[in-house]
Design a protein around this ligand. Structure first.
Ligand SMILES: [Zn+2]
Length: 432
């Protein structure tokens, strides 16, 4: 009986790694990154309610840490919604007889509607030769006349791709399937609508294209989900301040990512932004044990990848008054800081940045801090626009996985993230 009990206790202790951990616990940080990038959250997107499940996980972690809900009810959740284009079913793309691998060999344009064809002929169109001397109406007319499947030959060079993008943007293409060869890194995204004229675009690695593409069989089902069917959540927790509870220092991170591009092709988003989410969770755990003079507010946004929609909604419906925010720190992609970190808005708040740099130097925490200007590249943006003093910090270094299927927990080092947390804790104390 006792052995069984002690075994159970051991299992419980292992399972609860991080649950009772104090702040700056690299184990807890790694644990949360691993869970957030795991199969059960489907890349924290819009297939199998991955993002919503991640929201529930964050609520559980905040409760375990003793972080109070910041919402007027006790749910921690701020609900809102937006339409989103999704790829919930398996994708198939066979060129001649070669089946290509989704996510690795090709990406579908995120605004694609469904497309399917069996053993269809592929028409090759040399972008430069066919189109460069014609105007855009003639280009579109030429494509409309023939329809079917078009392979934009030689579109894999930078010049040709930018020509294609400028002269035949996906929204202008008539219905049909367009294969666009790409060399090197492919980057996926999330979109809230489908292409205007019903085209389906697929970006294919040039190196996997057969010498002569003759036949294509493909199933590329897509589903546009209306706002009424796509409820999303911002997750909000707080630690009340001991002296000035109506003033706030805010930590934010988006926890959503791209989800799945066809069932089974998961974009884990370890760097983007399980890293920031886990870091802010860990800071929340720390502040639950170390309340500050000001209230500490922690907001985990969804909808970032779809266009900063969660933070936009929050700033339009703030849970705590925006003008009571003493400072906001947004963390996005902080799992790799071997080459230091960049600070967006540093030039907007030079004195605060100087203070951050000073604290960093005193303890040699990060190799360097790069001062950046204003940018609309993460969730700090809507706050900044409304006059809330904010920094957005992201790490520099690592393997460069970004918006692809390779952004996994295994490939994320998190080696300097603990030092970044130390720096932020010192920074917050200095703000008091
Ligand atoms: Zn992203």
């Amino acid at each position: 009986m006792q052995t069984v009990l002690s075994r159970l206790l051991l299992v419980w202790a292992v399972l609860s790694v991080g649950i009772r951990a104090t702040a700056q616990n690299p184990k807890a940080l790694k644990y949360d990154v691993r869970i957030l990038t795991g199969a059960s959250f489907s890349g924290r997107g819009y297939v199998d309610k991955g993002c919503e499940k991640a929201a529930r996980y964050l609520v559980r972690r905040l409760k375990e840490a003793g972080v109070a809900p910041a919402t007027p009810d006790t749910s921690y959740l701020q609900a809102y919604s937006f339409p989103v284009n999704t790829f919930p079913l398996p994708l198939q793309l066979v060129l001649n007889k070669k089946e290509l691998r989704p996510g690795i060999d090709y990406l579908v344009e995120a605004r694609n509607p469904s497309f399917a064809t069996e053993k269809a002929k592929v028409r090759r169109v040399d972008v430069a030769r066919t189109f460069e001397k014609t105007d855009s109406a003639a280009r579109i007319a030429a494509l409309s006349a023939q329809g079917g499947v078009v392979l934009f030959q030689h579109a894999d060079t930078v010049v040709q791709r930018s020509f294609l993008r400028a002269s035949l943007p996906p929204d202008s293409l008539p219905a049909g399937l367009y294969l666009v060869p790409v060399k090197g890194k492919m980057t996926w995204t999330v979109r809230t609508r489908q292409l205007a004229k019903g085209a389906t675009v697929v970006y294919v690695q040039d190196s996997v294209l057969p010498k002569k593409v003759r036949k294509i069989t493909t199933q590329l089902p897509a589903k546009l989900v209306g706002a009424d069917k796509n409820r999303q959540f911002n997750v909000c927790g707080m630690i009340p301040g001991t002296a000035q509870p109506d003033s706030f220092i805010v930590f934010t991170a988006h926890y959503d990512h791209l989800g799945e591009m066809g069932k089974g092709t998961v974009f884990p988003g370890a760097s983007d932004n399980a890293s920031g989410t886990a870091t802010v969770l860990d800071l929340a755990r720390y502040y639950a044990q170390h309340p500050q003079r000001y209230s500490m507010l922690f907001v985990f946004f969804s909808g970032e990848e779809a266009g900063l929609l969660g933070s936009q909604y929050y700033t339009e419906h703030p849970i705590k008054p925006l003008d009571r925010i003493r400072f906001l720190i947004n963390l996005d992609m902080v799992g790799e800081c071997a080459e230091g970190a960049s600070v967006v808005n540093a030039t907007k708040h030079p004195e605060v940045f100087a203070q951050l740099e000073q604290l960093n130097k005193e303890q040699s925490l990060l190799p360097n801090l790069k001062a950046g200007g204003e940018a609309s590249n993460s969730d700090h943006y809507h706050f900044s626009k409304l006059g809330v003093p904010a920094f957005f910090i992201f790490g520099n270094g690592g393997k460069g996985h970004y918006h692809d299927v390779f952004d996994t927990a295994e490939d994320l080092s998190l080696t300097h993230t603990e030092n970044l947390q130390k720096l932020l804790i010192r920074f917050v104390s200095a703000l008091q």
